[in-house]
Design a protein around this ligand. Structure first.
Ligand code: ZN
Length: 312
């Protein structure tokens, strides 16, 4: 019934078995490399826990399952730390909201994704909730940097480590996703499957796929640095910086013998001829510095990046 990525299913089955035998911990921490799918797995686990049927997996039919589908279940709360940090007031409110009896089914669930974004006060508030667990209440945390969580939180959670899939598994999975074939051409940027999927969902696919070609055009003198950055603004400049960094990084790796990704086959010799290995490393460092300072100064970010590209 579910289209869960294959490398996530063993963990889901493990949790389902614990739930069926009534031995599931009330706190779970799903960890793995960034973009490997811990959030996707957590969402499946939440559905199973909220379902009112006695089945192993969510039935999809009961009132709870319907409410989960409509994203209006009153006994489910979620906090996502990806964009901004997670603050103590948000945790306190959440704990208060779920302190009553379940309104619909058997269980209540709190999901905290990118939990490493909790500040220390927020983390302590979660710890308190874990130390005094309300009946039938589950906490599911996801993180790509679980070691930066409080050790006391980690020790209270059942740890679920998600393996990083190999490239063949990622390719097969991408083939079943929207724009999957185009996403496969972005392995120079990342091979993390859910990071690729989120690029597609955010409508940033062409921004990345066109970058190596535009850069090659600039290096051949066909277009200017300003034209390379056409359409770039303060909202997507971080993406462009990440893309340019990844291109330089791949070229540095290739200069030491690693096979170059197909999508970089044109730009690689041009960059090598222009900058050489030393120059590649210098530009890479300059780009990292620029990335971290980009929003700290009053200078126009696009102008700063244009200035950097003029050194290439
Ligand atoms: Zn159900």
């Amino acid at each position: 019934m579910t289209m869960l990525a294959p490398w996530l299913t063993p963990s889901l089955h493990q949790i389902q078995a614990l739930k069926q035998s009534n031995s599931l911990s009330h706190a779970l921490l799903l960890t793995g490399a960034d973009g490997v799918g811990q959030e996707s797995l957590a969402r499946e686990m939440v559905k199973d826990l909220m379902c009112e049927s006695q089945q192993t997996a969510a039935c999809g039919e009961c009132h709870s399952c319907q409410l989960m589908k409509a994203e209006t279940h009153p006994d489910f709360r979620v906090l996502d730390g990806e964009e901004a940090g997670i603050k103590v007031d948000q945790i306190r409110l959440l704990v208060k909201q779920i302190s009553q009896k379940p309104q619909v089914g058997q269980n209540k669930v709190v999901l905290i994704t990118h939990a490493q974004a909790m500040n220390i006060n927020a983390a302590n508030a979660v710890l308190k909730a874990l130390e005094e667990p309300a009946a039938k209440t589950y906490f599911i945390l996801t993180s790509s940097q679980s070691t930066s969580l409080l050790p006391t939180i980690r020790s209270r959670c059942l740890l679920v480590n998600i393996p990083t899939p190999n490239q063949a598994d990622v390719e097969t999975w991408l083939s079943q996703q929207a724009d999957g074939d185009n996403l496969k051409t972005l392995f120079w940027l990342t091979t993390q499957p859910f990071r690729l999927q989120s690029i597609q969902q955010q409508g940033k696919l062409s921004l990345y796929t066109e970058l190596p070609g535009r850069l090659a055009d600039m290096l051949q003198g066909n277009i200017s640095s300003t034209e390379v950055l056409k359409g770039v603004d303060s909202k997507n400049i971080d993406d462009i910086c990440n893309g340019l960094s990844a291109i330089l990084h791949q070229c540095i790796l290739s200069s030491t013998g690693t096979m170059i990704e197909d999508a970089l086959r044109d730009v690689y010799p041009l960059l090598m001829a222009r900058l050489g290995i030393q120059g590649l490393m210098l530009r890479y460092q300059a780009l990292q510095a620029l990335k971290s300072d980009l929003h700290k100064t009053n200078l126009n970010p696009v102008m700063q990046l244009t200035h950097e590209l003029n050194h290439w």
